[in-house]
Design a protein around this ligand. Structure first.
Ligand code: MG
Length: 203
C-alpha cells in the first residue's frame, strides 16, 4: 500500500506558506510505515521543533488502474476518509531551500493519520463536502472540497499517469488554510460533515 499526497491544492493554503501556485498538482509519497492508526497517540519526533497538522480529505483506491480518464475515476474508489498529513515544517523548509526531496519531513513514522472510512454514496457529491479540524475543541481548519484546485477525479487521473494505483492505496488530497504547530497534550479531532472521523492525542 502506498500513500500519494497532493500539495498546494487550496489557494488560501498556498498563500499562507507563500508558495507559488503550481501549474500541475504537486505529488509526493509517504511510505506505509507512516500510518498512525486511529486512536493511537502521536509522539512529536525528536528531530523537529515545528510539527504542523494538515487536515486532508482521503480517498481509498478500490481497483487497480493506470492512465485513468477523469470521467472513469469514480469507478476506482468507494470510500472517502479524513486524515492528517503531519509535517515537520522546520525540516521541510530546510529541504525546500536546498531543492531536496521532502520525504524526511513528511514520511516519518506516524506522519499519516488515517481515520474511519465512509461509503461515498452516503456522502453525495464528493466535490462539495465540508470538513474541519478541531484542536482542543476549537476549530483551526474549516473548508469544503469545492475549494480544491484539482478535484478528486482529476487527481486520480493525474496520479495514475505516473503511478499505477492499486487497491488499498490512499490519496491525501491536500490541506486547506489554517495549518499550525502541534503541542504536547493537543487533542486533534477531525470531522467530515458532522461525522467524527478521528481523534488523536499529541504527546
Ligand atoms: Mg498536506
Amino acid at each position: 500500500m502506498k500513500i500519494v499526497c497532493i500539495g498546494r491544492n487550496y489557494t488560501e493554503h498556498i498563500a499562507e506558506l507563500q508558495n507559488e501556485k503550481p501549474t500541475d498538482p504537486v505529488i509526493f509519497i509517504k511510505p506505509d510505515s507512516a500510518v498512525l492508526k486511529n486512536q493511537h497517540d502521536f509522539y512529536i519526533p525528536d528531530f523537529s521543533d515545528d510539527v504542523h497538522y494538515e487536515v486532508e480529505v482521503l480517498v481509498k483506491i478500490s481497483k487497480v488502474g493506470k492512465h485513468i480518464d477523469p470521467k472513469f475515476a469514480p469507478k476506482y474508489y468507494k470510500e472517502i476518509g479524513l486524515g492528517i498529513d503531519f509535517t515537520a515544517r522546520d525540516l521541510q523548509s530546510k529541504l525546500k531551500e536546498k531543492g531536496l526531496p521532502w520525504e524526511k519531513a513528511k514520511g516519518f513514522d506516524d506522519a499519516a493519520v488515517v481515520g474511519k472510512w465512509i461509503p461515498k454514496e452516503k456522502l453525495g457529491d464528493v466535490d462539495n463536502l465540508n470538513f474541519r479540524l478541531e484542536r482542543n475543541g476549537e476549530v483551526v481548519q474549516n473548508a469544503n472540497t469545492s475549494l480544491m484546485l484539482w478535484k478528486i477525479d482529476e487527481l486520480i487521473s493525474y496520479i495514475s499517469t505516473y503511478f499505477t494505483l492499486k487497491t488499498g492505496d490512499i490519496i491525501f488530497t491536500g490541506t486547506p488554510a489554517g495549518v499550525g504547530k502541534v503541542y504536547e497534550n493537543d487533542q486533534l479531532t477531525g470531522f467530515l460533515e458532522e461525522d467524527e472521523m478521528f481523534s488523536v492525542l499529541v504527546k
